[in-house]
Design a binder for this molecule. Sequence first.
Ligand SMILES: Nc1nc2c(c(=O)[nH]1)N[C@H]1C(S)=C(S)[C@@H](COP(=O)(O)OP(=O)(O)OC[C@H]3O[C@@H](n4cnc5c(=O)[nH]c(N)nc54)[C@H](O)[C@@H]3O)O[C@H]1N2
Ligand SMILES: Nc1nc2c(c(=O)[nH]1)N[C@H]1C(S)=C(S)[C@@H](COP(=O)(O)OP(=O)(O)OC[C@H]3O[C@@H](n4cnc5c(=O)[nH]c(N)nc54)[C@H](O)[C@@H]3O)O[C@H]1N2
Ligand SMILES: [Mo]
Length: 761
Amino acid sequence: MSENEIPGIRPYHAPAGGWGALRATARAIREQMDAPEAAVTLLRTNKPDGFDCPGCAWPDKKHTSTFQFCENGAKAVTWEATSKRVPPEFFAAHTVTSLLEWSDYDLENEGRLTHPLAYNAERDVFEAIEWDEAFARIGELLRGMDDPNGVEFYTSGRASNEAAFLYQLFAREYGTNNFPDCSNMCHEATSVGLPQSIGIGKGTVSLDDFDHCELLIALGHNPGTNHPRMMGTLHEVARRGVPIIVFNPLRERALERFADPQSPVEMATLGATEIASTYLQPKIGGDAAALKGVMKALLELDAAAGPDSTVLDRAFIAEHTEGFEALAADLRAASWQDIEAVSGLPEDALRQVAEAYARSNATIVTYGMGITQHSTGTQNVQQIANLLLLRGNFGKPGAGICPLRGHSNVQGDRTVGITEKPGPDLLRRIEDTFGFAPPAAHGHDAVAAMQAIVAGSSKALICLGGNLAVALPDPEACLPAMRKLDLAVHVATKLNRTHLLTGKHAFLLPCLGRTERDIQAGGPQAVTVEDSMSMVHASRGKLKPASGALRSEPAIVAGMAMATLPHSKVPWAELVADYDRIRDAIEAVFPDFVQYNQRIRIPGGFRLPLPPTQRVWNTPSGKAQFLRFDGLREDAATGGTILTLTTIRSHDQYNTTIYGLDDRYRGVFGRRDVLFMNREDLDALGLAEGDALRVETAFGKGAERRMDSVVAVAYPIARGSVATYYPEGNCLVPLDHFDRASGTPSYKSVPVRVARVDAAR
Ligand SMILES: Nc1nc2c(c(=O)[nH]1)N[C@H]1C(S)=C(S)[C@@H](COP(=O)(O)OP(=O)(O)OC[C@H]3O[C@@H](n4cnc5c(=O)[nH]c(N)nc54)[C@H](O)[C@@H]3O)O[C@H]1N2
Ligand SMILES: Nc1nc2c(c(=O)[nH]1)N[C@H]1C(S)=C(S)[C@@H](COP(=O)(O)OP(=O)(O)OC[C@H]3O[C@@H](n4cnc5c(=O)[nH]c(N)nc54)[C@H](O)[C@@H]3O)O[C@H]1N2
Ligand SMILES: [Mo]
């Protein structure tokens, strides 16, 4: 059977980027916006006086660059700045029950929310409500809860530093540290793993380092889709002749070949640049084993090079690290047979990576969800740190670790206090600044919050953005549990499924987006965000708000807080009138923000301190730590007819927001019900491309979680590995399948069985 016979499946042979990306941008604009407005909006993206692109957290050079074309940034901006609206009349005409039948795409595509809404359970509809009344009712309900720890305060990483800071203050004064956060589903393995290794849970590189690196290793991320502005950087690195080694179970086109829409020559000649110099396809979940192999080979190179070897940076290891001997002993003891079996990569290939690494004087490792979303996520991250430490790749130009953060301000939200485990410093400084004693007991992260909702011990959920119930694993458990809540409050720009999971009382509070003007009593306001490289800068919306009734996120948080806490010690109204005052308060609580207001007025903003870049390690012993990976045995649950499933993003989605049904670079058009499989696995299981398959989670008795119909698509993916799209694939992920160290759901390694439902297509 030829591949062309499966509807919507057409192999994509061109490079990523290029004219296809320009065409897709034009389409996104046409579908969402009135054209003249769109042009003005896009030109304001990531300019010093404009707004921060909500598309990704990749930095801009000095944040002063001229407009950089980026297809998926344009989709994110136009999706928010759409001319479509969902007014109260829409809700009057549709019951919540009927809206739950709609697809995720259709719900959001109705447009921007325009008016605060309250759920009327008798009529099963959302009805318009005035802001003051909404706040008063929310305040009354929150005051009536018997335990503040039965309330969950979720944050999605779009929220600005100012909104997030007020939000954590509100929750803490109310009395809880329940801060489930999208970071818990994303880079928590980084936030937990790196502090143990290098003393801070953030990346250490800056954009300039990419001009000086001699080797780049990219693990488990798909920048052509998810960090499109990074493609410009990778393109430059590749054109400098720097080797780029990719570890990804799937062949991703943008990591192979990319035509830079910013390059007139490539656009005119239909040329492209090879990105990866070496493309390795480990098994899903095989990265820590692969890194162990690379480090083992590196030790062998070092031994072979004799006493004056410079393969390991011995001086750095002696002065700055602990745990080397134990790591080395563990690496020597590891067998190549195990490394090959678990990583799915041949010894030879890993030795070659070690040789390239030994030759490079400055190496950067970049990584994304392919590393963190595993039950070994924290250990995976720590193996990357080990590798870099072995050659002193911290605190020198062109070197370091680069986690690719997700939401545009997910890193900032954590920096300004969204954490369920506050340290003593944070608690003391909040008390010193505001005069109330915040609770010290640890609260819930995202999985724990949902577990508490499922168990019925948490009775209220406040969401500052996001689509929590759809983003989390196990919709079968989560969706019905949400309907048992006494109270759900959602601060949002657009309608999604989580909003419709109403319990007794539910409120939908529409907020301004990044692109829109924010005017408070003190005049027009800017907010601030922190990118993946710890650069903090201002973002100013320029568009007329989608509706006159919208409020800013800081104003909504303050409104809820004032109504809930009549004796609050926090001067909410004063803070919201002028966000400079919020920033002064942030500075008082977090000294790293010294001269916050002055420094964000400099175009490009400022960088938060990153001690490892000075070779300072804020670990208990003051040294960086080599931490061993003990998972070198094949998962008992895999092998034979059991495959490992990973859930990934298509090119046409932003997390749970589905912009369209194409995944151009993977050759999928007009559908999302696909299972990418290795051709040899198809043959071995007696399946054919185009077969309708049933996928079942292979934990325990099996058959409890399944996807009923996906189409088999042959794809260059590692053997034993299969992939489907997120969020649809979440029905296969058990809620308690997560990394015990960080709480990150293991969205990217789920043992599954597949079987043909029927041969018809
Ligand atoms: N346009 C767009 N931009 C986005 C987002 C979006 O949805 N759309 N989401 C934002 C958010 S919140 C985030 S966190 C980031 C996500 O950005 P990414 O980290 O790029 O996200 P994913 O698509 O989940 O998966 C990344 C890659 O991991 C690979 N992979 C899967 N399993 C493994 C494995 O076991 N090992 C290795 N080495 N690789 C593996 C997949 O093949 C895929 O190429 O992007 C952000 N930016
Ligand atoms: N299976 C599987 N599951 C995953 C993942 C995976 O790779 N595989 N990835 C995980 C990751 S990395 C993440 S980060 C989570 C994402 O989890 P979330 O952050 O909870 O989800 P989003 O889809 O980004 O949220 C979209 C909604 O945010 C709202 N929104 C958009 N802009 C704004 C704004 O400016 N303000 C406010 N208040 N609301 C706004 C809109 O209502 C929109 O519907 O999903 C996780 N789930
Ligand atoms: Mo994320």
